[in-house]
Design a protein around this ligand. Structure first.
Ligand SMILES: Cc1cc2nc3c(=O)[nH]c(=O)nc-3n(C[C@H](O)[C@H](O)[C@H](O)COP(=O)(O)OP(=O)(O)OC[C@H]3O[C@@H](n4cnc5c(N)ncnc54)[C@H](O)[C@@H]3O)c2cc1C
Ligand SMILES: *[C@@H]1O[C@H](CO)[C@@H](O)[C@H](O)[C@H]1NC(C)=O
Ligand SMILES: *[C@@H]1O[C@H](CO)[C@@H](O)[C@H](O)[C@H]1NC(C)=O
Length: 567
């Protein structure tokens, strides 16, 4: 077997794109003493979150009203909490504002070359020795420039090329109405008093159908598969992801039978609105796929403003035919919310042919030296930013030789077994390859970097923090407690995370309880009192303790959370 010398010290790193991923990469390179050079084809940071009045080719594009579907404490960067007054789920413009604060705070702008597009990334002729890359860029006048880099971080996003299945449908050419992709959709103005079909029940499809239905004559939502629909609000109106993404739940998911968890969670969801009755019910089980996060869709269906339909079969001159044989006449517009194809036109074809095969969604296994990493090309049931941040921390450790990848054959095996595991819930191989499991995936990378929280040690050293970390939301700060890149403020922001959740609600003074009840607010008093009463009751009635342990547990958890919110 041939052995190649490790390339000389990695120093200069190209960062392609200055969206949220690119910004995190620049910051992490600087932290590690590397020299990042970022190329951004547009004239601003933010990528997807920089709203533009009309869609531009090869760029991601969002609609005016887009509100994030992940909450602020979960989606922020690990050493830069969002301002406490930000709403828990913010408008896209406010998220862009947060990225500006981040860039300013860590002085990232000086590393960015705006209006500079990366055209080609290729291995240098001496790549097997140097591990270096040739990067070709053009500026706004079309002038080319060649650069040499020790490593490359690809942060160019993958919501740029709309996947449009229009031509799959018979009669499409002669259809009189307007057809467009959600990528082009900006607001509902032009659909006032129109009859519109929205195709696809992803997050965009749900949002757009709801928005149009407020002024359109009729809005049809066509879906092949249906979806489980869940609101941003969890119990007591707390952010869904903060109650769902916890290490405790992750632990439960590994010990409880999946079918039982599915059954219980689906029951709870159907209790609010029966998915079968509402025409939403999919074939897959709730935990198998990402649910649709939408607060308003069931209400719009209840009001008859959104009408659920099956998959589109074809078009007539002015009508749309559905697979169940029904026809809706006089349709003015069809909006395809059918997702995107990720493309990386600047990468060598041996990397970007078809879908990218990536070890742990980051490293192409075929490279002799792991000096190129892809950021953000995955899907998760949680926020993207903290995952990408950890991808960058891992990639940089691999670049500098502080962390090592397994041999190529082993990487290919892991890629295949990861994909096979996902095939149960995502039968399409491309989709299956993209899915990652939120906590498990970040923890894996964190272990490579050396920043995975050691729960056992924490339990003995800092039980208060342990409680927050095990039972509370898996907020990104957890990965700044120890190890390389440790941040002194991490413990404090974990202890105060629920206060920042409560802060934006505190816009009206609510009546305070009188003195008598305020004694009862002492959490310890209640905890001890509650335990005593409960123990007495249990022993008196000989209630099997296990049967009630979960109820008590649930109550205790809610209580602890409330004591934070009320304090
Ligand atoms: C409608 C929608 C809603 C979403 N909502 C959420 C959410 O609520 N929460 C969440 O966590 N995630 C959400 N996401 C996922 C979102 O994609 C990620 O959160 C994140 O914004 C991706 O950032 P990025 O930097 O990887 O890519 P982008 O934001 O797309 O940025 C890529 C940047 O690279 C630049 N670029 C591209 N090619 C080149 C080139 N060749 N040369 C130079 N520059 C180049 C682009 O100009 C752009 O600035 C949503 C996605 C969509 C489509
Ligand atoms: C884009 O996606 C569509 C549908 O998912 C697929 O049919 C098409 O082949 C893809 N195109 C490219 C270039 O990958
Ligand atoms: C939020 O919406 C985007 C865009 O549709 C989607 O890719 C992402 O998976 C969603 N996040 C969650 C947690 O559902």
């Amino acid at each position: 077997m041939l052995h190649f010398k490790r390339p000389a010290m990695v120093q200069r790193v190209a960062v392609i794109g200055a969206g949220s991923s690119g910004l995190a990469c620049i910051k992490i390179c600087v932290d590690e003493g590397l020299e990042p050079v970022c190329f951004e084809s547009s004239d601003d940071i933010g990528g997807l979150w920089k709203y533009k009045e009309s869609a531009e080719p090869e760029r991601s594009s969002i609609y005016q009203s887009l509100v994030v579907n992940t909450s602020k404490e979960m989606m922020c960067f690990s050493d830069f909490p969002m301002p406490d007054h930000y709403p828990n789920y913010m408008h896209n413009s406010q998220l862009l504002q947060y990225f500006r604060l981040y860039a300013e705070h860590f002085d990232l702008l000086r590393h960015i070359n705006f209006k500079t597009t990366v055209r080609r990334v290729a291995q240098r002729p001496d790549f097997c020795l140097s591990g270096q890359w040739d990067v070709l860029t053009t500026n706004e006048n079309g002038e080319e420039e060649k650069h040499v880099f020790d490593a490359v971080l690809v942060c160019s996003g993958h919501y740029t090329h709309p996947a449009v299945p229009m031509s799959d449908f018979q009669g499409y050419e002669t259809f009189h109405g307007r057809c467009l992709h959600s990528w082009e959709y900006k607001n509902a103005e032009e659909y006032r008093r129109k009859r519109v079909v929205v195709v696809g029940i992803g997050n965009s499809g749900g949002d757009i159908a709801v928005e149009i239905s407020r002024s359109a004559e009729k809005t049809f939502l066509s879906t092949r598969q249906g979806a489980w629909v869940i609101g941003r609000m969890s119990s007591q109106g707390l952010p869904l992801d903060m109650t769902a993404i916890t290490r405790f739940n992750n632990f439960l998911a590994t010990v409880l039978p999946k079918s039982l968890v599915n059954w219980a969670a689906e029951r709870a969801l159907n209790y609010k609105y029966n998915h079968k009755l509402y025409g939403l019910k999919p074939r897959h089980r709730l935990l198998d796929r990402r649910p649709l996060i939408n607060d308003d869709l069931p209400g719009r269906i209840l009001q008859g403003a959104v009408v659920m339909k099956s998959n589109i079969k074809g078009f007539q001159d002015t009508g749309v035919i559905f697979e169940d044989g029904t026809v809706e006449e006089n349709i003015d517009a069809v909006i395809f919310c059918t997702g995107y194809n990720g493309t990386f036109p600047f990468l060598p074809s041996f990397l970007s042919n078809g879908e990218l095969t990536l070890y742990k969604r980051v490293f192409p296994p075929s490279l002799l030296h792991p000096t190129l990493a892809i950021m953000g090309l995955f899907q998760a049931k949680g926020p993207i930013m903290p995952i990408v941040e950890m991808q960058a921390r891992w990639a940089v450790k691999v670049f500098t030789g502080a962390s090592h990848l397994p041999p190529k054959e082993r990487m290919l095996e892991v890629i295949e077994s990861d994909r096979r595991r996902n095939m149960n819930s995502y039968p399409c191989p491309r989709q299956a390859a993209l899915q990652v499991d939120y906590i498990t995936y970040i923890d894996f990378m964190a272990a490579q970097v050396g920043v995975r929280p050691n729960l056992l040690r924490l339990l003995f050293r800092d039980p208060v923090l342990w409680l927050k970390i095990f039972f509370g939301p898996c907020t990104p700060y957890q990965y700044r407690l120890t190890g390389p890149g440790q941040w002194a403020g991490a413990r404090e922001v974990i202890l105060t995370q629920w206060e920042r959740v409560a802060k934006p609600f505190r816009t009206r003074a609510v009546p305070e309880p009188d003195d008598r009840t305020s004694v009862l607010k002492s959490p310890w008093l209640i905890a001890i009192g509650g335990t005593v009463i409960m123990a007495a009751l249990l022993s008196k009635h000989k209630i099997p303790i296990l049967q009630h342990a979960t109820t008590i547990w649930g109550g205790g958890k809610t209580f602890l959370r409330n004591s934070w919110l009320n304090s």
